[in-house]
Design a binder for this molecule. Structure first.
Ligand code: S3P
Length: 184
């Protein structure tokens, strides 16, 4: 059944540390789209960093702001959107993005995510005693949400430039011959 879905944008979803921002920037440059990052939009709105929001206001306030900025993206065009790793756990965020964006999930295994994030301090959910254990558990819990993406790109199997090319290719195929992509 057709849902009236028209694709004007590309949204990258997936766990922290899978390269959504880096890949997103590069794909946006290639497509001549603007790049937006929902964490940065939240920070602009709040006037403080994501880590500071978690610390001073709590995760629920962050999630409320995240939902607002995602909802505001509907109606925009020619955007590559990097979403925060927890954004699509809220079905309303998932459904909202799905109306206007191709959802591409960047996937990596827990050990690789740990390697990539272990020296970083800006992700409050990973500042824990056993980060690898936390990543394993969260990844297992979140996998069903991420796997609802239109396309899943495994970042383990290829260098970053190939990930970028693959994401771009998938998007271009989706909108081929249309002014947007109507998808069931
Ligand atoms: C989160 C991921 C972060 C940020 C916040 C919560 C999550 O974004 O939104 O710290 O729940 O996975 P990145 O995926 O860009 O690190």
């Amino acid at each position: 059944m057709a849902t009236g879905r028209t694709i004007h944008n590309l949204a990258l979803i997936g766990f922290m540390g899978c390269g959504k921002s880096t890949v997103g920037h590069m794909v946006a440059r290639d497509l001549k789209f603007s790049f937006v990052d929902t964490d940065s939009l939240v920070e602009e709105r709040a006037g403080i960093s994501v880590a500071e929001i978690f610390r001073s206001e709590g995760e629920s306030v962050f999630r409320k702001l995240e939902k607002e900025v995602i909802s505001d993206l509907a109606g925009k065009q020619e955007l590559v959107i990097a979403t925060g790793g927890g954004a699509v756990l809220n079905p309303e965020n998932f459904e909202s993005l799905k109306t206007h964006a191709l959802l591409v999930c960047l996937w990596a295994k827990a050990e690789s995510i740990h390697e990539r994030t272990k020296h970083q301090k800006h992700r409050p959910l990973l500042q824990r005693e056993d980060p690898l254990g936390v990543i394993r558990q969260m990844l297992t819990e979140r996998e069903p949400f991420y796997k609802q993406a239109d396309v899943i790109v495994n970042t383990e199997l290829r260098p970053q430039r190939e990930v970028v090319a693959q994401v771009r290719h998938q998007f271009e195929e989706s909108i081929k011959g249309t002014s947007g992509f109507a998808k069931d």
